[in-house]
Design a protein. Structure first.
Length: 361
């Protein structure tokens, strides 16, 4: 992934990159090549075999032209089969996950349309729902829709074609993405696609950057006059975090101390590559699991400003950390028009009440 230019748009791609992207989309050409070369090779093989095993008293003969043609046809067939496999695995099914409030604008429509042109099939999974219509005392219970979406994704993957790869592109509220990711099982052929306005970043789970991408700020933010004993975590990985008022929100959520996890200084201010996103999800899951283990007897309140794909993969990594992460953990969703937070309940073990400050006696 290349860094954007000063104008905000990515620099022009090199000719080799553009050529590779064009070839990767030509699944019709790959099918045609195999369809033509299979009968051509079979026909020429028949002629060569007829020369070598003549009928009657005719002596065996050999044609150099036929042998050369057969050899060339077989080589081209091998290339065509390899090319078809590469195209099918790189441009299989796109599973587009949608879980948004019905009033939220979708900033990724153009990126979704662009991504659809790069895949052989598109499966739309999920829907917009009235998220705030489920709100009760600042808690929004979406456990059932999240479980339904996770099952639908698993079913779609299990019934997808075996000869193609697939990509998962989440356009999902971050707490829901966390819960859905925790239920993922098959990731062997899976690629992940992050929408970024009009662009996209594609990567696999195993493609990780060599260096750590998430660092835990030290010392932790300690509230001077705490309104509760909860521990807070702020995942600060998108520009929206700059508008987050730490002291105000700590007071609202009854937080006494807050851990901020962010990018290293040399990475901030630019778009993350696919390998960096993959490493970021792994790093964050490790940090969150560690914080959860040492936060005994206290509720955990998490506010996240992270890419949607990273949220999905954090959930996947957390499900393998042998920690009951969702128990006593509140995941906060920002209601943008009203500039307030609600607790989004996406897992059955989460608290059913808002992390309100303690009452003064």
């Amino acid at each position: 992934m290349t860094a954007p230019t000063a104008s905000g748009s990515p620099p022009p791609k090199r000719l080799g990159v553009r050529t590779r992207e064009v070839l990767a989309r030509q699944w019709g050409l790959a099918d045609l090549g195999v369809a033509v070369l299979v009968p051509a090779s079979a026909a020429m093989f028949g002629l060569v075999l007829a020369d070598a095993l003549p009928v009657g008293a005719n002596p065996p003969t050999s044609s150099s032209a036929r042998l050369i043609f057969l050899f060339v046809a077989l080589v081209l067939l091998g290339v065509a089969v390899f090319y078809r496999r590469w195209v099918y695995h790189g441009n299989g099914t796109l599973f587009s996950l949608v879980f948004l409030d019905e009033t939220m604008p979708d900033f990724h429509e153009q990126a979704q349309t662009h991504a659809a042109r790069h895949h052989m099939a598109v499966r739309l999974i999920g829907r917009r729902i009235d998220v705030l219509g489920r709100e009760r005392d600042d808690v929004v219970d979406v456990v059932q829709p999240c479980q339904e979406l996770a099952r639908a994704l698993e079913h779609a993957i299990n019934h997808d074609r075996e000869d193609t790869g697939y990509a998962v592109a989440p356009n999902v509220l971050w707490p829901a993405a966390l819960a859905i990711g925790a239920s993922l099982t098959r990731t062997d052929k899976m690629r992940f696609l992050e929408y970024n306005r009009n662009t996209r970043v594609v990567f696999r789970l195993r493609n990780k950057a060599a260096e750590r991408v998430a660092i835990r700020a030290k010392p932790n933010h300690v509230v001077a006059t705490p309104t509760g004993e909860r521990r807070g975590v702020l995942l600060a990985f998108t520009p929206s975090v700059e508008k987050f008022d730490i002291d105000r929100r700590c007071a609202e959520f009854g937080i006494s101390d807050l851990t901020r996890i962010e990018l290293p200084a040399h990475i901030r201010g630019r778009q993350l590559s696919g390998s960096e996103m993959s490493r970021l999800a792994d790093d964050l899951a490790g940090h969150l699991a560690d914080i959860k283990r040492i936060t005994t007897g206290r509720e955990l309140v998490i506010v996240a400003f992270v890419p949607k794909t990273v949220s999905l993969l954090i959930g996947w990594h957390l499900s393998r950390q042998q920690v009951r992460f969702f128990a006593d953990t509140s995941l906060m969703h920002h209601v943008l028009p009203e500039d307030r937070f609600v607790a989004l309940r996406v897992h059955p073990s989460q608290p059913t009440t808002f992390p309100a400050p303690r009452r003064e006696t």
